[in-house]
Design a protein. Structure first.
Length: 429
C-alpha cells in the first residue's frame, strides 16, 4: 500500500484509528471541510486558467472561473486523489467561493508553475510515478520551479543561492500558521517534491498560505549544503518512523488502537466512531478530572457537529428547550460609523490648531496609543500603506508588522490537541 501525506496526517492530527476509517473508504463528515474544499478547488482552477493563458487573470475572468467551478462542485462533486467525491452543499460551496474570491483579488494566482500536482517516491525515496506502486505520495497545491529573486543571506561556505524550487500549500482554516511548517505533511511534501523536481535547483522554499488570513509562512532549505542534507535525511527518517509506527499498531483484527480524547476534535469520523461513543458513555458519570477532561474534548467535537445541524434546523425558528430556546437571535452592538475617523481627526485638529504638520505628526503616536489598537488594526493600517507595492510591498509590510509586535504569554483554557502549542486566542481565565 502506498502512503499519502493526506492520510498520514489523519493519524497525526486525530488518532491511528482514523487511518483505519480512511483506508476502508468510510464516509466522512464532509460539511466540516466543504468550505475549504470549495475554496481550494476554485483557486486551483483560477491558477490553472492563468497558466493556460500565460498571464494573470482579469477580475472578470477570475469570477467566471470561480462561478463555473462552484457550479460543478454543486452539480457533480470533484475528483480527489483519483476518486470521485459526491456533490457538495451549495451554501458551503458559495462560502468557499467567496473566500477564494477575496483571496484571489488581493493575492492574484501566479500564471507560472503547476497547480495541484502529485509527487511520488519509491521505497528508496527516488522519484516514481504516482499510483499504487509508489511508497509515498504528496499533493502540492502549487509548484514553481527555478523561481528567482530570493534574497538569501548565505555564509561563504554555502556559496550563492541558485534556482529555487517553491512548493505552496493553501490552507483555508483560521488556525493555519507557522506551526504548519513543522508538520509531517510539510516534510512529506519537501522530501517527495525535492526528489522529483529538485535537480538543477539549490534552494527549496516551502510556503504555507493561509487564504483566510491572507498570510504566507515560509521556510527555506538548502538541500545541497551539509546542513540541508542532514535536515532532509532527518525528515525522511521521521516519515519512515511514522509509517512503521502506523503499520505495527495494527492489532490481530487489523485495526489500529483508538485513543478517544482531545484528538477527536475535528475528526471527520467522529459520528461513526464506536470507541469514541463508548468512551463518552462510559465516562458519563465519572468525576475523575482526567476522565472529565477527555469527555470535554469529545463533547467539543460533538458540539461542532450539533451546531452544524442545528444552524440548519433552527434557521427559521428557534427551537424551544427547557428554560429557553436554541437558534439565531439579534444582538445589538455599538460599532463606529464610517464617519468616525473623520470626526476624531477633526477634533484632534481643532485641539492642535496652530501647530504645523511636524507638530501634528509628533502628536500621532499619542493619538494611536490612546486608541489602544490591536495587532489587526496595525496590520490593516500597514496594508493601506503598502497595498500597491506587490510582492515587495507585502514583504515590507510583513517586516514592519514584525517590528511592531512582541509576544506575551497569556492564560488560555480549552482543548489542545497533541502536537499543537498553546495560543493566546482561547478564553481568558
Ligand atoms: S473519533 Fe476520536 S477515537 Fe474515533 S477515530 Fe476519530 S480521533 Fe480516533
Amino acid at each position: 500500500m502506498n502512503h499519502r501525506s493526506t492520510s498520514l496526517r489523519l493519524a497525526g492530527e486525530h488518532c491511528a484509528h482514523a487511518l483505519d476509517f480512511y483506508e476502508r473508504g468510510a464516509p466522512y463528515e464532509r460539511a466540516h471541510f466543504s468550505v475549504g474544499v470549495a475554496a481550494h478547488a476554485i483557486l486551483e482552477e483560477v491558477g490553472k486558467e492563468a497558466v493556460r493563458r500565460g498571464r494573470y487573470l482579469l477580475l472578470r475572468e477570475v469570477e467566471e472561473t470561480a462561478e463555473r467551478t462552484a457550479s460543478e462542485l454543486i452539480r457533480e462533486g470533484r475528483d480527489f486523489e483519483g476518486e470521485r467525491e459526491p456533490p457538495l452543499r451549495s451554501d458551503l460551496v458559495w462560502e468557499g467561493r467567496d473566500l477564494a474570491l477575496v483571496y484571489a483579488r488581493e493575492c492574484p494566482m501566479p500564471p507560472d508553475g503547476e497547480y495541484e500536482v502529485a509527487a511520488a517516491v519509491n521505497r528508496q525515496f527516488l522519484p516514481c510515478p504516482a499510483g499504487e506502486g509508489a511508497y509515498l505520495m504528496a499533493r502540492i497545491d502549487h509548484k514553481a520551479t527555478r523561481v528567482a529573486g530570493l534574497d538569501l543571506e548565505l555564509d561563504d561556505e554555502d556559496g550563492a543561492a541558485g534556482p529555487v524550487l517553491q512548493l505552496d500549500d493553501y490552507k483555508s482554516g483560521w488556525s493555519a500558521d507557522e506551526r504548519e511548517l513543522r508538520q509531517l505533511q510539510r516534510k512529506i511534501q519537501a522530501v517527495t517534491g525535492w526528489a522529483n523536481w529538485g535537480r538543477d535547483h539549490d534552494v527549496l522554499r516551502l510556503r504555507v498560505i493561509n487564504i483566510r488570513m491572507r498570510r504566507v509562512y515560509e521556510t527555506v532549505i538548502l538541500p545541497n549544503t551539509e546542513d540541508g542534507e542532514r535536515l532532509m535525511a532527518r525528515w525522511r527518517r521521521d516519515i519512515e518512523r511514522e509509517i512503521e509506527a502506523r503499520d505495527v499498531q495494527r492489532g490481530p483484527d487489523g485495526e489500529r488502537p483508538a485513543t478517544p480524547g482531545a484528538c477527536c476534535v475535528g475528526c471527520p469520523y467522529l459520528g461513526q466512531c464506536e470507541p469514541a461513543a463508548r468512551h463518552l458513555e462510559r465516562r458519563g458519570l465519572s468525576t475523575e478530572p482526567r476522565d472529565l477532561a477527555e469527555e470535554l474534548a469529545i463533547l467539543e467535537a460533538r458540539r461542532g457537529q450539533l451546531l452544524g445541524i442545528l444552524r440548519e434546523e433552527a434557521g427559521e425558528q428557534p427551537i424551544p428547550v427547557p428554560g429557553g430556546s436554541v437558534g439565531f437571535y439579534a444582538k445589538e452592538q455599538e460599532t463606529p460609523r464610517a464617519e468616525a475617523p473623520g470626526v476624531l481627526a477633526g477634533l484632534w485638529e481643532r485641539r492642535l490648531q496652530g501647530r504645523d504638520a511636524a507638530g501634528l505628526l509628533a502628536a500621532l503616536p499619542g493619538l494611536l496609543g490612546s486608541l489602544g489598537l490591536g495587532k489587526a488594526q496595525y496590520e490593516r493600517g500597514l496594508s493601506h500603506l503598502y497595498r500597491d507595492g506587490g510582492e515587495e510591498g507585502r514583504d515590507r509590510q510583513r517586516r514592519a508588522l514584525a517590528a511592531m509586535l512582541t509576544t506575551k504569554v497569556q492564560r488560555s483554557f480549552g482543548v489542545l490537541p497533541d502536537g499543537e502549542e498553546g495560543s493566546d486566542d482561547g478564553d481568558q481565565g
